[in-house]
Design a binder for this molecule. Sequence first.
Ligand code: MTE
Ligand code: MO
Length: 425
Amino acid sequence: MPLAFPAWIRITHFLNFLFLSLLLRSGLEILSAHPKLYWNDDCRLNSEWANFDPHPYPKDELFTADDQETNFPSWLALPGHRHWDLGRHWHFAAVNGWIATGAAMSPAVAGRFPRYIRLFHGRQAARSIHFICLCCYVVFFIGHISMVVLHGFRTELALITLGQVRSPDLNLALAVGLGGIAAVVAVHVLATRVSFRHPDWVQRCAERFVDPVRRAVLGHLASRQHYTRADISPFLWVNGRPPKEPDYLALAQDHFKDYVLPVDGLVERPLRLTLEDLRALPRQVQITKHNCIQGWSGVAEWAGVPLREIIKLCRPLPGVGDVVFWAYDEKSQSEPRAKAPGQYYGTIPMAMARQPQTLLAFELNGDPLPIEHGAPLRLRLETQYGFTMVKYIKGIQFVDSFRHVGKGRGGWPEDNLYRSREASI
Ligand SMILES: Nc1nc2c(c(=O)[nH]1)N[C@H]1C(S)=C(S)[C@@H](COP(=O)(O)O)O[C@H]1N2
Ligand SMILES: [Mo]
């Protein structure tokens, strides 16, 4: 019997090449957000086993996780140049395509995906192994191509493109093969260009086609967030520098004695709460793992008042859909390398506002919340990425929909960095 490759092998082979190459470039872009790899979930300083942009930490000034970002060129990373927020959209689009096609050959891949992380003893080890797999793939790719060349490039090419070599049309095979490679290169060039020119389009597509798949695969699993004192990290990265606004600095000087939290918008009873008022409300303590979208993590104990206590007091009106958390920091003032200007804010749907671990925190590890971690008051969500947990809260507003706030995408990072509002972990 002549050797023959059926059509499904040839097509999935091409799709593998397309999706894996997209995964590779967008994955490197995501790595650029926090170009360090660890085996511990505390991400302790100098505990990384790999560091792709090593520079010494400044001794006498605050440095943040944002300062660690590196810049990969566009020929290597998708789209490149510190646009890892968009790189994530491409990565998840490609992984869905890859799983969808890979599942045709191996249903186990899709079936086991939800339990993946638990197999690896934590998020950072999983992230490290993930990167090592990327290296293995590159080695495999080089080995695979070398073997094909040694074995007879043109006949192998005819097999993988046309399916059989009984009387192979080698020129047609070469044309189809080069056409396939050109198509993959074209997709990469297009994906890179569209990321720079129409980032809002990439964001919209991700929200429409990629996020629903993630919700369907992982949405039914309850996010478990209970750790013990022994798990608390000795070090916690900071992201988002403290506000430079004069009103904030004046409050900070007096240890926030005069701080008042306004709660207003579509509520029956607008509130103005001092820190003393907040401390007098039912108190809740939770030890949880913070996960930044950049890739780092850390466990800490947070204490404060659950948001549902505030909801009981202010009584939102029937039409309320979302809660807005306004912050004091204007990003172009507070960040030396701000990617965009604007006042930081975030929004969450009412259902999330009522969840048990949705907390207005004023203590961290038993001490008053330090300035750099969001004093005097910061949001904790625990089923979400870090960027949704607004620090330095200036006010809380109940609204009909987040669509009518800011640029209408859900928060400062969604408005300006094109992140998805779907940020559940
Ligand atoms: N007001 C404000 N809140 C913010 C940010 C910010 O820049 N400004 N950064 C967010 C991001 S990206 C993360 S990961 C967490 C970091 O919290 P931490 O500094 O306490 O670790 O805060 C979030 N809340
Ligand atoms: Mo973050």
